[in-house]
Design a protein around this ligand. Structure first.
Ligand SMILES: Nc1ncnc2c1ncn2[C@@H]1O[C@H](COP(=O)(O)OP(=O)(O)OP(=O)(O)O)[C@@H](O)[C@H]1O
Ligand SMILES: [Mg+2]
Length: 229
């Protein structure tokens, strides 16, 4: 397959816990290949969200490197990491992180605003994406008036609106019924084909993992490739 978009080597992450510490990631190595759909699986608490947060430069590892375009994200300044996220990443958080005081459309336009690329085309694109996830006509609603699955779909559309090269999706279909989940996964596939987007999905759902090109399981802080079914 094609070249690595990102290379993770020897990633470790620990969190303090009372007088000791909890080792969540313990030397993870991974090449994320350009254009692939990669699933990260593993039981609750195994470190899937922690790993996505490192890949997305939301947090930095205690040890190890994340090479992206000949730069180690672990060694970038906070500001440089922020710019990396804005330019290259779409992030669907497990907790969604929609802004409650903004409407659905305003939430969707945030990534474009932050990148300074919001124009009439961007608004049309945002509305089109909203329709793609089945939320046409909900642009003026506030997140608190939406169902859990509707909110999740707003978070999906927001992560995609600026055409990111790398999508990081943390349980992106957790609140969706099977049919809506399949619409969302189909949208990711289309964007991978059309725009060469790479997708890394953390998931408990075996249907989601089964659709990925590769699955890796987190176990005792390490990543192991899961043999295809
Ligand atoms: N900021 C933090 N401070 C302390 N401990 C943390 C922090 N973030 C995560 N952890 C711990 O790291 C471990 C892994 O958490 P993580 O959220 O990465 O798991 P997960 O695989 O995403 O689980 P789930 O499937 O439930 O979402 C957990 O034991 C959690 O308590
Ligand atoms: Mg998680």
């Amino acid at each position: 397959m094609s070249k690595a978009l990102m290379q993770l080597s020897g990633l470790s992450k620990r969190y303090p816990e009372g007088d000791t510490e909890r080792v969540v990631l313990d030397g993870c190595d991974l090449d994320i290949r350009q254009g692939e759909a990669l699933a990260i699986v593993g039981p609750s608490g195994s470190g899937k969200s922690t790993l996505l947060n490192l890949i997305g430069a939301m947090e930095v590892p205690d040890q190890g490197a994340l090479w992206f375009a000949s730069e180690d994200l672990a060694r970038l300044s906070e500001r440089a990491r922020t710019l990396f996220r804005r330019r290259h990443l779409g992030f669907i958080f497990q907790q969604l992180n929609l802004v409650p005081t903004l409407t659905v459309l305003e939430n969707l336009l945030l990534p474009l605003e932050l990148n300074g690329t919001l124009d009439a085309d961007g608004r049309r694109h945002a509305l089109a994406l909203l329709e793609r996830v089945g939320l046409q006509g909900r642009d003026a609603s506030f997140p608190e008036h939406l169902s859990g699955g509707e909110r999740q779909r707003v978070a999906v559309a927001r992560a995609l609106v600026h055409g990111p090269g790398l999508l990081l999706a943390d349980e992106p279909t957790g609140s969706l019924d099977r049919e809506t989940a399949s619409v969302v996964l189909g949208l990711f596939d289309e964007l991978r084909r059309e725009q060469g987007m790479t997708a890394v999905l953390a998931t408990h759902a075996s249907e989601v993992a089964a659709k990925a090109d590769r699955s890796l399981e987190l176990r005792a802080g390490r990543l192991q490739e899961v043999a295809p079914a």
